[in-house]
Design a protein around this ligand. Structure first.
Ligand code: SF4
Length: 358
């Protein structure tokens, strides 16, 4: 691995994969050390096409998108690119093999002269915890003083915690991220009552990357549907959610999949669940199977959406629209039954005017 030139102190971070979980931490940490971050641009069709062109077809969409972001950073002239290997985030809690092997994958397919900064986090192994991970990340910049690294880590946690406090209060993902990066903490309050609520279950890189998920959150909100995600839940609620599905945590993404689904399945204020998974994702196929079985037991409507680079927006939106329409009908019927009133006097109808199918 080539060494970064110490005077550069610039690190490129792909706006993909762990970016959607860890960027507030990375931002606080690298900034505290005076290392300038260059992010890749937001995902576009070109990102997907170029990334897909370099990996085998069977690879899941998020990895293809990740490779596209690496290419974007190279185009921007970034030499040091952070490609962490996040093996295990807690004792015996693992990421999938693709996430664990990300640096190897990138090294094997990218032939440009770049410096891959490949720190490894493996909390199931001794001596491969957070500080070892962070030390590896900044070693190419000539930083090795553990006290300086620990101080920067605190700055990272501050930004990360602020992001989560705001998210839990209901501030949308992009706003909470933007405020956290500005060092602000703004607590949200509910400004609108929605007639219908849906839990959106999926990995951060699948539901917050607007190109990948085709702006599903915006689309649902414009249809008068409140969107609940794992970011609004506490660790205890997510653990209870996982337990509700009758399993122990094994995959690193369980919180945002089984934890989130398990919690909202029990929540009577949530009318339905939408899962978004990448085609070919092994962990998700196992977790969605458990979610589907439990949703039947709870009699909670469930829509499973699978995405890949071929997914057409029109078909995707039609399925979401049909699901929402069914939820509104169900809600109207339950009100009619409960209050014994005429169906036409119940106002709940999906607002589909804003749906763009281009
Ligand atoms: S968890 Fe699934 S979607 Fe994510 S990188 Fe692994 S295989 Fe792909």
């Amino acid at each position: 691995m080539a060494q970064a030139k110490s005077e550069e102190k610039v690190i490129g971070i792909p706006r993909a994969m762990s970016f959607y979980h860890n960027y507030p931490f990375y931002f606080g940490f690298f900034n505290d050390l005076g290392i300038k971050i260059i992010l890749s641009d937001v995902t576009t069709k070109q990102t997907m096409t170029e990334g897909s062109g370099l990996v085998v077809t069977e690879t899941c969409l998020p990895i293809k998108v990740y490779v596209g972001h690496i290419l974007n950073l190279i185009e921007k002239g970034v030499h040091n690119i952070f490609v962490p290997s996040l093996q295990s985030i807690s004792n015996k809690i693992y990421n999938c093999s693709k996430i664990r092997g990300l640096p190897d994958l990138v090294r094997n397919i990218i032939k440009d002269d770049i410096n891959i900064i490949e720190a490894t986090l493996d909390k199931s192994e001794k001596k491969q915890g957070l500080y070892e991970f962070l030390s590896e990340a900044v070693k190419p910049f000539g930083i090795s003083d553990i006290n300086i690294i620990k101080r920067a880590s605190k700055a990272g946690w501050r930004c990360y915690n602020n992001f989560h406090v705001m998210s839990k209060s209901g501030i949308p993902y992009a706003k909470a991220l933007s405020y956290a990066l500005q060092g602000k903490v703004i607590i949200g309050s509910k400004t609108k009552e929605y007639p219908i609520s849906v839990a959106l279950v999926g990995h951060g890189y699948n539901i917050y990357d607007e190109r990948v998920c085709m702006k599903i959150i915006d689309k649902l909100e414009k249809m008068d549907v409140e969107v609940c995600t794992s970011l609004q839940l506490s660790t205890e609620q997510l653990d209870e959610g996982i337990a509700c599905l009758g399993n122990e945590k094994y995959w690193a993404n369980e919180d945002e999949m089984t934890g989130c689904a398990g919690h909202y399945l029990k929540d009577n204020k949530v009318d339905g669940i939408i899962t978004i998974t990448a085609f070919g994702c092994g962990p998700d196929s196992l977790m969605v199977e458990r979610i589907t079985r439990k949703a039947k037991q709870f009699n909670k409507p469930l829509l499973n959406l699978t995405i890949d680079e071929q997914t057409g927006e029109a078909g995707f939106v039609t399925r979401v629209e049909a699901f929402v329409d069914m939820l509104f009908r169900k809600k109207r019927a339950s009100i009619v039954n409960k209050l014994n009133i005429d169906e036409n006097s119940v106002p709940y109808k999906p607002n589909v005017e804003f749906i763009e199918t281009k």
